[in-house]
Ligand binder design. Structure first.
Ligand code: ADE
Ligand code: ZN
Length: 347
């Protein structure tokens, strides 16, 4: 996939990226040595080669696929090397430096605090590392507000505890301003959004925004999208949906009427969907007036395809014009929850 100068030079806004999904093999190798954590790969080349395969979601196996690791197993295995505040800072700063190269001016990264606290890492190490990076990135010209994710395959009570712990780092009265929204990530298998209703209500009561993953091509995705549009947050619905691409036609009107945009990650779907199926589908949704923007999800676990590669794919395969591609960036600004001065600066 060749990135054309037009796509490379376009200023960008990213609304769907998991910070832990930006951990490069190089940084993972470095942190493993820094923290004396053994990796199941004897050499760096072996580690690097493990990223070349296509890792699929196998939700029906709930992360227990014999042989090759499922996508989420690989994702959480990568997290093992992250231990100290400096590790989280380095992870985030590496991403922000990548943003400079990619011309990402504003980003709303997801973070999975439970992926770390359940391994015994103090919440403060995670939150302070990310907070310091958020502040230092401004000097690089990269602004960010982050999204706290509930791990939906963990007990709801564990998510609520994690939220309460993280709350002083939110954009609440007197808070530190790291994150301004909550999301829902990890394995969606038999874990519909409404299970986390209490978490969404807590977040809304705190003045935070609410989004949630409704993964592409998973069991019950339709039902999950319907809950996200009509049921969560006391019937108000989510403000955005992450993926949501295979919402059936009867749900499109709901997305449009309620102004719920989709944060799409074309390369993630393209790994397991034919070009002639996927890109016309994206185009059809767009023509029906569903708001959308294009993002990278977990770039280092998805063949190192970042936001530029994702935008290039829709530019090349959907037949969008240059003007339409610029409009997609404006859509991302509109769909973002950036403060007005930041929005103005990007527009
Ligand atoms: N958490 C991190 N990456 C994810 C993905 N692609 N789907 C669901 N949960 C995730
Ligand atoms: Zn995602």
């Amino acid at each position: 996939l060749t990135i054309t100068p037009f796509i490379a030079n376009l200023p960008k806004v990213e609304l769907h990226i998991h910070i832990e999904g930006t951990l490069t093999p190089a940084l993972r190798w470095e942190l493993a040595h820094r923290n004396a954590i053994p990796l199941p790969y004897p050499t760096f080349e072996d580690l690097q080669a493990s990223y070349a395969v296509t890792l699929n979601h196998r939700p029906e196996l709930n992360g227990r696929q014999p042989g090759i690791p499922t996508f989420l197993e690989a994702y959480f295995a990568g997290c093992e090397v992250l231990r100290t505040e400096a590790d989280f800072y380095d992870l985030a700063m590496a991403y922000f430096h990548r943003c400079v190269d990619l011309k990402v001016r504003y980003t709303e990264p997801f973070f999975d605090i439970q992926a770390h606290t359940r391994r015994g890492v103090p919440a403060q190490a995670v939150l302070n590392g990310y907070l310091r990076a958020q502040q230092d990135a401004i000097a690089l010209g990269v602004h960010s507000r982050w999204i706290f994710c509930f791990l939906r395959d963990e007990p709801v009570s564990a998510g609520l505890d994690a939220y309460r712990t993280a709350r002083p780092w939110a954009t609440v009265e007197g808070g530190k301003g790291l994150f301004h929204a909550v999301g829902l990530a990890s394995n969606a298998y038999e874990r519909p959004p409404m299970l986390f209703e209490e978490g969404f209500r807590l977040a809304r009561a705190d003045g935070l925004h609410v989004t949630m993953h409704c993964d592409f091509g998973q069991k019950d995705t339709q039902a999950h999208v319907a809950e996200a549009i009509y049921k969560v947050c006391g019937g108000l619905g989510a403000e955005r949906i992450d993926h949501g691409l295979d919402a059936e036609e009867e749900l499109w009107a709901g997305l449009v009427e309620r102004g719920i945009g989709l944060t799409l990650c074309p390369h993630a779907y393209h790994r397991r969907t034919a070009t002639e199926v996927l890109f016309p589908k994206i185009r059809r949704l767009w023509e029906r007036g569903v708001q959308m923007c294009f993002n990278s999800d977990d770039p280092t676990l998805m063949h190192d395809v970042w936001i530029d590669g994702n935008m290039q794919k829709v530019y090349s395969y959907c037949g969008f014009s240059r003007g339409e591609m610029v409009q997609f960036v404006r859509n991302a600004v509109d769909m973002s929850w950036a403060e007005e001065d930041v929005k103005k600066a990007i527009y």
